[in-house]
Design a binder for this molecule. Structure first.
Ligand SMILES: O=C1O[C@H](COP(=O)(O)O)[C@@H](O)[C@H](O)[C@H]1O
Length: 330
């Protein structure tokens, strides 16, 4: 099935490179990994278990070319890699496999990316073999959040993705949907939502039958040390937004203050989310998010990811889960 690209009414259909450079315009499942009962974490050599309280049961899919150090069964699936390097290899394979599946099934792949460290972890996807084997022409790329700055600004999530990823592959520029950075945060969010609605009308983007919000094939998300995802920060009123698809804030606690962001109903309507969390700086939030300790504090934004009908996979490294291991006396 072929999709028309969005019409001229979408104001950001053509995206020049953010810099003066010209654009060049898993599933190798682990060797049947033995999962332990839900709520336990398993290591290949030495078995270690501890409870992750409040975790629902279910099956987890494991993707890796380098088996992760540990896998927690359940929904979400949690993969722990020995290093960020190993994680990036597995993330590339997982993403390429999903691309292959969605391109085969419906002729397109709608991918949402975040800013921050996530882009670096996508580096293996733009190397051999994926740089040549992935059907980039079928990709439609969106941002889960954006800082409202010019596209060549160092804080721009678009610039970061362009420099580290998009400039290295052949995705049609009309299928790369960045914000209109000449608008205010409010205007850019409304404009982005209009564009998404247009893409729904052309068939390029699907709606979730259960929620009525757009259903993206894959979201590749990061998490901040405070547990924020997208530009949805702890304690912020936007956590409760349940009507808009895309909203804005002018008081982001992390600079720059003006941002657009997808809302939780959109995030939670995704078909797949890969949540990439690395480094010791995220260990406290991981500890809180995975519910090892009982706490009465409000949910972190990352804990509000509850997919309606989809699959959430955490891609972590040892440093990010170090507090879990510490508390478990490992
Ligand atoms: O400001 C943002 O932060 C988060 C997390 O970034 P990280 O560098 O700590 O991984 C990111 O996911 C989000 O897209 C970005 O705008």
């Amino acid at each position: 099935m072929a999709f028309a690209t969005h019409s001229l009414s979408c104001r950001f259909r053509f995206l020049p490179p953010p810099t003066s450079k010209l654009s060049k315009t898993l599933r190798s499942e682990f060797p049947q990994y033995s999962f332990f009962p839900s709520g336990k974490i398993s290591y290949p050599a030495s078995f270690i278990s501890f409870r992750l309280s409040g975790r629902p049961s279910g099956s987890s899919m494991a993707y890796s070319s380098t088996p992760p150090t540990a896998v927690v069964k359940g929904d979400p699936g949690i993969l722990v890699f020995g290093s960020e390097e190993e994680l990036s290899v597995s993330l590339a394979k997982h993403t390429a496999d999903l691309s292959e599946k969605f391109c085969r099934e419906r002729g397109a792949f709608t991918v949402v990316i975040s800013g921050g460290s996530l882009v670096k972890s996508l580096r293996k996807l733009v190397e051999s073999p994926y740089v040549d084997s992935v059907n980039w022409e079928k990709w439609h790329v969106f941002w889960v959040d954006e800082r409202v700055v010019p596209k060549d600004h160092p804080d721009s999530n678009y610039k970061s993705a362009y420099d580290g990823f998009l400039s290295k592959v052949q995705i049609p520029t009309g299928q790369v949907y960045a914000i209109n950075d000449s608008l205010s945060a409010e205007g850019a969010a409304a404009d982005y939502e209009t564009c998404l609605k247009h893409l729904v009308s052309t068939g390029a983007l699907q709606l979730s039958p259960s929620t009525g919000f757009p259903k993206f094939d894959l979201m590749l998300l990061g998490m901040g040390p405070d547990g924020h995802i997208a530009s949805l920060f702890p304690g912020h009123p936007l956590l409760g937004e349940n009507e808009r698809w895309v909203t804005f804030l002018e008081n982001s606690p992390k600079p720059p203050p003006q941002r657009t962001t997808f809302t939780f109903p959109v995030i939670n309507s995704s078909s797949h989310i890969s949540l990439v969390v690395t480094g010791a700086g995220k260990a406290d939030a991981v500890h809180q998010a995975l519910g090892y300790s009982k706490t009465s504090s409000p949910l972190l934004p990352v804990q509000m990811i509850k997919l309606e009908d989809g699959e959430l996979t955490w891609f972590t490294d040892k440093a990010a889960v170090s507090k879990l291991q510490e508390k478990a006396g490992l």
